[in-house]
Every structure is written in C-alpha cells, then in structure tokens.
Design a binder for this molecule. Structure first.
Ligand code: NAP
Length: 286
C-alpha cells in the first residue's frame, strides 16, 4: 500500500454516467478485498470538470476513472500523464500519488490481456480495426506496439486518417493505412486480415440486430473481437462463430481495465473473478 493516507472514496466521473457498470464491479472487488473504500459514480458536466479535478488532491481521493466526454480534456488538468496516455491523447484513470495527479490509460492493457489470454501472442498480426474513436486509438496503438499491421476503417474517414497519421508519427517503420467501410472494399480487407476488432457501438443494446460489417465476409481463419459487452454475445460474434471464426466479446476487457485501475489506486491484487461475476449479474437487469 502507498504511504499516504487517502480518503476512502473512489469513483468514475462522466456525463452521462448513470449507465456505468464500474461502481458494481469495483464495489464487489472492494468487499472481497475487505478494504475500507467505496466507489461512486459522479455526474460531472464539462463546465465543472476543472473544479472537480482540483478536489481530487485537496480531498485526498486516491483516484478516479474518467469516462466520456472527459477522457481527452482532462489531460491539461493533470500534473503528469503516462507515455501511453500521451500517445493516444486519452486518460481513463487518474491516480493521486502523494498529491500529484497522474493520468493513465488501462483500456489498451485490458484489451491486450484479454486477447493474449484467449488467443496467445498476436505479435506481427494483420489487424483490421473498425472505428476510430477513443477505444480504437487505445487498441490500434497497443497492436502497433506488438508489430501488427493495422488497418483502420471508420464511418467518418477523416478520423481514421487522423488515427493512422498518429500511428505513423510514433511507429515510423510500422504498416498502417485507412480502408473504406463500403461493402466492396471492406470484404477484401476482412478476407486479408487475421484479427478484426469492432470498436464502434454498432450492435450494442438496444440495437442488437445491427452489425458493423456485412457478415458474409467473415471467415474461419478470422479472430473477431467485439468491444461491446452488452449484450455479451453480439450479432457480430454470433455471425462470426457461425462461419467458423473464433470470437470474443468485451466483458474481459472491461474487467481487466477496471482491475488495473484498482491495482494502481490500492496496490492490491484485484479479485478478477468477483469483478466479472458482478458485471455479469448487473447486465442481467439492463
Ligand atoms: P467513441 O469514442 O464515441 O467512438 C465511437 C466509434 O463508433 C466511432 O468510430 C464512430 O464513428 C463509430 N460509430 C458510432 N455509431 C456508428 C454507426 N451507427 N455506424 C458506424 N460507426 C459508428 O466511443 P468509444 O469510447 O471508442 O467506445 C466505442 C464502443 O466500445 C462502445 O460500444 C463502448 O461501450 C465500447 N467500449 C468497451 C470497452 C470495454 O472495456 N469492453 C472499453 C471502451 C469502450 P464516427 O467517427 O463516424 O462517429
């Protein structure tokens, strides 16, 4: 445990934040660890973000998670950020280190842990990332880090171009490009890829009939990772498995990124199975 004595409050700040599963997941871990903390969801509108961040150190709060829409803007309010957060321009975890606020991102590590646990090492793979938002950035940079060729396809092409430029700036020798999401092009991209990651919200509850790419291009040699965790089995996962592909949903990533945050705040080893069970239970009522 860290030397400094912190208040016993942890939490997530966002706008909106009512839908967040983090309180359920973290409070289950806190109970299992028998530590004197409580994790709360705080609705923080952009206009009060600077004041709220200022209170973290003045109130001795050990740390908070940061969610939409503050992940990028919060950076200028912190004392320091990790190398990974600087690369992707996003922070999802703030850690109070003896009064100094450090920004971290646990999405990329959470994704990589779940992928390697399920499918082993993917170093040097060909990856197709659908989407170019916050989570796409974290995932694209994590895949670039292990030498993967990364193709980005997004509804708004300019955002994909921006992401590819960001990747090229950091990994000068890397292979990165943009692909169109239109049906003719994306079919060829899917056929040529080893790993396809859906980072869009297409297929998420309640719009569960939607699918981000035409299912007929999914093939048996493909690994399909869908970041969506509600529902646990999206239409993309079902169509992929029906065609012989191996597929994984976003639940493990959610748990692993949360577990990493909790470990950063408390220095303790989080109870992964307890956290996962809490999320699965909570999803039954959503
Ligand atoms: P974000 O920054 O808002 O990005 C959303 C992405 O989805 C953008 O690329 C957007 O394209 C695309 N998109 C949205 N609606 C679309 C539509 N109807 N058709 C095509 N593309 C569409 O969101 P995010 O933070 O990256 O989160 C994205 C998803 O990942 C959410 O479902 C979230 O729950 C999930 N997620 C899961 C985890 C986990 O731990 N499992 C962690 C983070 C996020 P445009 O650029 O064209 O708008």
């Amino acid at each position: 445990m860290k030397k400094t004595r912190y208040s016993n409050v942890l939490g997530v700040i966002g706008d909106p934040v009512y839908h967040s599963l983090s309180p359920v997941m973290h409070n289950a871990a806190i109970r299992a660890l028998k530590i004197d903390y409580i994790y709360v969801a705080c609705h923080v509108k952009p206009s009060i973000l600077p004041r709220v961040i200022g209170r973290i150190s003045s109130m001795g709060i050990a740390g908070v998670n940061v969610t939409i829409p503050h992940k990028e803007r919060v950076i200028e309010l912190l004392d320091e950020i990790s190398e990974q957060s600087a690369r992707i321009g996003s922070v999802n975890t703030i850690v109070n280190i003896d009064g100094r606020l450090r920004g971290e991102t646990t999405d990329g590590p959470g994704f990589m842990r779940s992928v390697t646990e399920q499918w082993g090492k993917l170093d040097g793979c060909k990856a197709l990332v659908i989407g170019a938002g916050g989570s796409a950035k974290a995932i694209a940079f994590s895949l670039a880090e292990i030498g993967c060729e990364v193709v980005i396809a997004n509804r708004t092409r300019e955002r994909a171009v921006e992401l590819v430029e960001g990747l090229r700036e950091v990994y000068k020798a890397g292979r990165f490009r943009v692909a169109d999401l239109n049906e003719n092009v994306i079919g060829d991209e899917i056929r040529a890829t080893d790993l396809m990651v859906n980072t869009t919200s297409v297929g998420m509850h309640p719009d569960t009939d939607s699918i981000p790419v035409p299912p007929e291009y999914l093939h048996p040699h493909l690994l399909v990772y869908d970041l969506i965790y509600n529902p646990a089995r999206t239409r993309l996962i079902e169509e992929a498995e029906r065609r012989g592909a191996r597929a994984l949903g976003g639940l493990k990533m959610l748990v692993y990124q949360g577990a990493l945050s909790l470990e950063m705040w408390t220095g303790l080893q989080p109870p992964i199975a307890v956290m996962e069970e809490a999320v699965v239970e909570a999803l039954k009522t959503r």
